[in-house]
Write a protein that binds this ligand. Structure first.
Ligand code: CA
Length: 350
């Protein structure tokens, strides 16, 4: 089911209730149907919670079976052929919307599942979940629906007291805790300036230096250099890490024309290996890897990338209206250990 009025914003801040989803049924052992909730923030900040039900001795393809949801205030329950297999409660779902001050806020109560939803039924061929159709795909695909029935509980329409069908052994799906709302002080007019220096001698709030380390470690320090003031020093004891400047929310950079930064490599023990930059709009939204090539150790090098070129970069999904990570930089993934380099003057220019 999807929200009829989307009062809390776009998917999935206003919620999605999947009463029954099934993927590639009759193929191998995938006799599973799924019951799931989607909620949280608007994409890409949405989350989901749910579970699957393995059908008991029947193949859902070719036979009619009854799929149902009981939706009471603060609780939802999922059923296949009257078997209650999953329960979720409002303590495990939430809706966070952007308030008038530009910061996220928690919607009180049972949001987003306290609004009218409507039913949607479809049969899809291909898609992100099963993957694209291939030679084994049998067409046409059909779904037959015998009935759709909606009931209310006349004695207790909100709580369904006296009407609920509960199995104590049904799985309790605990859901998600709302993420902490980070209120970072910053000047909202920064994006009106001609040059925004994200890092000169310090980080420009709300941007902050960060790292993603898949293995090993990366030491990040601030050091003084003659003629440059403070610079950021990175020492990679890792082969699978990236460092970046990131804000907790996205910025509209469409008025800017380029991003520039200076790099100096101090140590590079690799036989060969380059460097990579990216710009992200809440990963995996982003430019993808943009090679900087090899950087000879010793001297500061200046790099400048035209944002229009980053948009057009092969494989780029960059959304310039929602950039949270203007610069990600790292030695070539998988080949990083021992590299020490410095970055200075990370700036956006009009
Ligand atoms: Ca500096």
């Amino acid at each position: 089911m999807l929200p009829t009025d989307y009062v809390y914003g776009g998917w999935a801040a206003s919620g999605e209730i999947d009463i029954m989803e099934a993927v590639n049924l009759s193929q191998g052992n995938q006799m599973k149907v799924h019951g799931t909730l989607h909620y949280g923030r608007e994409w890409p900040g949405q989350v989901s919670s749910g579970t699957s039900y393995t059908t008991q001795g029947f193949d859902p393809v070719g036979e009619f079976h009854t799929y149902a949801l009981e939706w009471s205030k603060r609780e939802m329950r999922w059923y296949v052929d009257n078997v209650h297999f999953a329960t979720q409660r409002s303590s495990g779902w939430y809706s966070q919307i952007v308030g008038a001050d530009g910061f996220f806020e928690n919607v009180p109560g049972d949001a987003p599942f306290d609004q009218p939803f409507h039913l949607l039924m479809n049969v899809a061929v291909g898609g992100n979940w099963p993957g694209p159709p291939d030679a084994s795909t049998e067409l046409p695909v059909e779904m037959e629906v015998d009935f759709v029935r909606v009931f209310t509980c006349s004695d207790s329409p909100e709580l369904l007291a006296g009407c609920a069908t509960k199995n104590r052994r049904a799985e309790r799906v605990f859901g998600n805790v709302p993420p902490e709302i980070i209120r970072v002080e910053y000047d909202p007019s920064i994006s009106e300036q001609d040059v925004v220096t994200i890092f000169g001698d310090e980080d420009l709030s709300p941007f902050a230096l960060g790292q993603y380390v898949a293995s090993g470690s990366v030491d990040m320090t601030r050091v003084e250099e003659v003629g440059r003031g403070t610079v950021t020093n990175f020492a990679f004891n890792s082969d699978e890490s990236v460092v970046y400047w990131q804000a907790p929310f996205g910025f509209d950079l469409s008025a800017f024309s380029k991003i520039s930064f200076d790099v100096k490599v101090l140590v590079d023990p690799r036989e060969s290996g380059g460097f990579v930059m990216k710009m992200d709009c809440f990963y995996p939204c982003g430019t993808g890897d943009v090679p900087l090539g090899q950087i000879a150790p010793g001297e500061w090098q200046s790099y400048s990338f035209v944002l229009a070129d980053l948009l057009a970069h092969s494989g780029s999904s960059l959304d310039l209206k929602n950039v949270n990570t203007p610069l990600v930089i790292f030695p070539d993934w998988g080949n990083q250990k021992g590299v020490v380099f410095r970055v200075d003057n990370v700036r956006l220019e009009k």
